[in-house]
Design a protein around this ligand. Structure first.
Ligand SMILES: Cc1ncc(CO)c(N)n1
Length: 223
């Protein structure tokens, strides 16, 4: 996944340091039920309303990564990914809201769950560093963790599109290649950091994994 084994160790060590939260995210009950097609509609609706707001802050963070990347070769995959999220993925949200009977008034009335607020604040913090490595740390957690749970479906998809498409959006050749590149990019940039900068990346990475776990947990909290 990375240019050299020495660089590869940075992302793997970040992931290992984020246990047990990393495994709690990638093996979360939400993902098990999604893959099995047994996820409760109210849980999915609650999750998607909050996640659409996550995506807003996430696209802004992608923009900061695009702006702070050290070379044009890095801006290209980030731009392509931003284009996918704001087209195919946003379209999925709108169709899923319709299928689940979630209208715009309901979406507007629901407050941010504390888990959403925490995650949005973390993404804003990373974005406002205007530092490529810090932006990458949070992006890598979001995309690598989602690829990891989506891969567990192993190509067997549940019948309803609300479930199946949320899996395939996070496990398809384009997404797999992007996540592989994103992780190798964190390894490349991480190899150039001093100890203090490395510690900042580690801190953001670990807090992002904890935020992912709390975000899935929140979907099961009473409305
Ligand atoms: C909370 C969360 N993390 C990661 C992703 C993947 O982009 C997502 N859609 N939502």
């Amino acid at each position: 996944m990375s240019a050299s084994p020495a660089e590869a160790r940075f992302s793997l060590s970040l992931r290992a340091a984020a246990e047990p939260d990393w495994s709690a995210v990638t093996g979360h009950r939400f993902t098990d039920e999604l893959i099995a097609g047994t996820l409760d509609d109210a849980v999915l609706a609650r999750y998607l309303v909050q996640d659409h707001r996550f995506i807003d802050a996430f696209v802004a963070l992608l923009g900061a990564a695009i702006a702070s990347a050290d070379r044009f070769e890095a801006r290209i995959p980030l731009c392509r990914f931003a284009a996918m999220v704001t087209s195919d993925e946003n379209d999925y949200f709108l169709r899923a809201f319709k299928a689940l009977g979630v209208d715009e008034a309901m979406r507007a009335d629901l407050p941010d769950h504390p888990a959403t607020a925490t995650f949005k604040a973390l993404m804003a913090e990373a974005r406002l560093t205007a530092d490529y490595a810090c932006c990458l740390a949070v992006l890598v957690v979001a995309e690598w963790s989602y690829l990891s749970w989506a891969e567990r479906a192993g190509g067997r998809l549940p019948p309803r599109f609300e479930h199946a498409e949320w899996i395939t959006l996070h496990d398809n050749p384009f997404f797999r290649e992007f996540v592989g590149w994103l992780v190798s990019e964190l390894d490349r940039v991480g190899a150039m950091l001093d100890d203090a900068a490395r510690a900042r990346v580690e801190d953001l990475f670990r807090r992002a994994v904890a935020a992912e776990r709390a975000f899935f947990d929140a979907a099961y909290a009473a409305a």
